[in-house]
Design a protein around this ligand. Structure first.
Ligand code: ZN
Length: 268
């Protein structure tokens, strides 16, 4: 099942994306995580603006987790997952603008990532059982202000600007993605392909990441794990590339969909 959140004239509605359009999920669950994809009944077709499909409690992000990205960045393969965070206030949906002030920030980069939506409270889970904690998957763009990221000694400021976490368009429930390590994913900027890889390039797969995180902190329903980005970031191109006012960024993952975000960064 593909679950979306829509802003309608009746307020925010949880709906399923079907071949008939967006159909309201009966029982009117308050949250996409309240939907049982095996038992959900669908009501009438509704229209509205597609919002980010989940409002995360926390965003756990993983750095340097694709072998092709580690090669382009000339870094060593981490011995264990490299964890950082993005503030939940950075989340936007598809269609919304990535905004920044070019007098403050210039090196703004794209990072397509498979985002794991946690479905149940998880602490100290072995990797062999970890995928049972997954509610579903969505597409994330881990937008990054590189000069802030590399100036601070840690990455929170450069990763947490308002609008720097586009998510969506839907949560695809875990039953439809039995193997999250076989998905093509990529990014286009103004129609040009800049990232094109596969989740099989991950150093630590989804199950290992959930297991590792859960050794140190509890993962709660609605938390997200952003699982890292493949090769093709603008920062590591020659010459370097950055997002500019008027650009359009599309990030996509096979079987989930794509999110499209214009860049709004006019000079003062
Ligand atoms: Zn990232």
């Amino acid at each position: 099942m593909r679950i979306v959140r829509l802003q309608t004239s009746d307020g925010v509605v949880t709906a399923a994306q079907t071949s008939h359009g967006f159909q309201r999920i009966l029982g009117d669950p308050a949250s996409p995580l309240a939907v049982d994809p095996a038992a959900a009944e669908l009501g009438h077709v509704v229209e509205g603006e597609v919002l980010a499909p989940v409002v995360p409690g926390k965003i756990v992000a993983i750095g340097l987790n694709y072998l092709d990205h580690i090669r382009e960045a000339s870094m060593d393969v981490p011995q264990s997952p490299l964890i950082f965070t993005k503030f939940p206030s950075s989340v936007i949906g598809t269609g919304s603008a990535i905004r920044f002030d070019p007098s403050e920030i210039r090196r703004v980069d794209w990072e397509v990532e498979l985002a794991v939506v946690i479905g149940r409270s998880t602490r100290s889970v072995p990797a062999a059982a970890a995928l049972e904690s997954v509610f579903g998957y969505t597409v994330a763009n881990d937008v990054s202000a590189r000069e802030a990221q590399f100036a601070d000694g840690q990455w929170v400021r450069g990763k947490s600007l308002d609008t720097f976490c586009p998510l969506g368009p839907a949560i695809v429930t875990a039953d439809e993605i039995p193997d999250p390590q076989r998905l093509a994913l990529g990014t286009r900027v103004n129609g040009e392909s800049v990232q094109d890889s596969s989740t099989k390039e991950m150093v630590f797969g989804v199950a290992e990441l959930i297991s590792y995180c859960s050794r140190f902190f509890t993962l709660e329903p609605g938390d997200l794990i952003l699982t890292g980005t493949p090769w093709g970031c603008g920062e590591f191109m020659t010459p370097q590339r950055s997002l500019r006012d008027g650009d359009v960024v599309e990030t996509w993952i096979e079987g989930i969909g794509e999110i499209v975000n214009p860049v709004l960064a006019p000079a003062a």
